[in-house]
Design a protein around this ligand. Sequence first.
Ligand code: KG4
Ligand code: ZN
Length: 342
Amino acid sequence: MITLGIESSCDETAIAIINDKHEILAHQLITQYKEHSIYGGVVPEIASRAHLEYMDVLLKQALVDAKIKASDIDVFSAGIGPGLIGGLIVGANMAKSLAFALNKPFVGVNHLEAHSLMPMFFNPELKFPYLLLLASGGHTQILIVKDVGNYELLGSTIDDACGECFDKTAKMLGWEYMGGKDIEEFAKHGNPKAFDFPRPMIYSKDLNFSFSGLKTAVRTTIEKFGENIDDETKADICASFQSAICDIIEKKMKLAVKKIKNLGIKHIVTSGGVARNSAIRNVLDKIATSNGMKLIVAEPKYCSDNGVMIAFAGEQNYLKGKTSSFSVMPRPRWPLEELKNE
Ligand code: KG4
Ligand code: ZN
């Protein structure tokens, strides 16, 4: 069985073609970094137009790479939310049109489900249920992944997402948008104890997160240094900031492991762009090892938005008998827990 997946929820236009042996036949991705970086963030209108411009180029190339015709594809899927509505419409319409013209099924994929299932594509030994830390630019959640379409939310951010906090800190330090990776790079050369940043809600007994107080503390510190902040200070701020994030995640994931201890869960999984961060991976790895569990993370490039994750989630939904009607609407907001009732 061959599945095509289209990702267009934010600033990456991506198309992948996979088969049911967990093989990638084609993987095309264009990041719109150039288009948005001068504005310091993603401009939805520009993103939609860029998706429209890149989409058929990527489709043609993906078919060439996979050495197949569009009619050889069995299932057409696209991310239909959550995300920026203009981009979602472009991707959804492309997949729907192909499915309609070729008389094939269409699957509208939840973007968060695609991130959540991605590690399974590369690690077939990973079985349901597993404990998931989903950390992207827009979401920070701890979930039990019970099955395709079946998620139990244990905790979530009550304000900013973890990735958003990385991005805003990077911006305050003068770096371009989506600066999480720059913070990680600078943190390698800094002192994590140089600044005593707050760890909001670290003592609360629930599994919810809060990052906005940390962001404000970082802003106040950066403002104190003014324009002349040197690279050494930036490195110390990054290391101290990342250490605060790691402590918060460590505390909440330890609580989560305690909470699920009688459920026989063997794996901790992390996904979403922030899962690329090796300091966070190390924290999770230690928690897993000390609790007789194993950490599973997708390869870094597949933690961030990509077409393979959409194709895989599309395939998994199709195998469960879940296809979408051509009238399904893209959704800017679409919490994972709602999938159970659909
Ligand atoms: O999952 P993703 O590619 O897009 C969304 O669905 O949001 O995640 C993007 C987020 C951004 O906030 C980006 O700064 C963050 O992932 N990110 C990182 C790293 N690489 C990407 N955050 C921390 N450390 C990294 N190495
Ligand atoms: Zn994402």
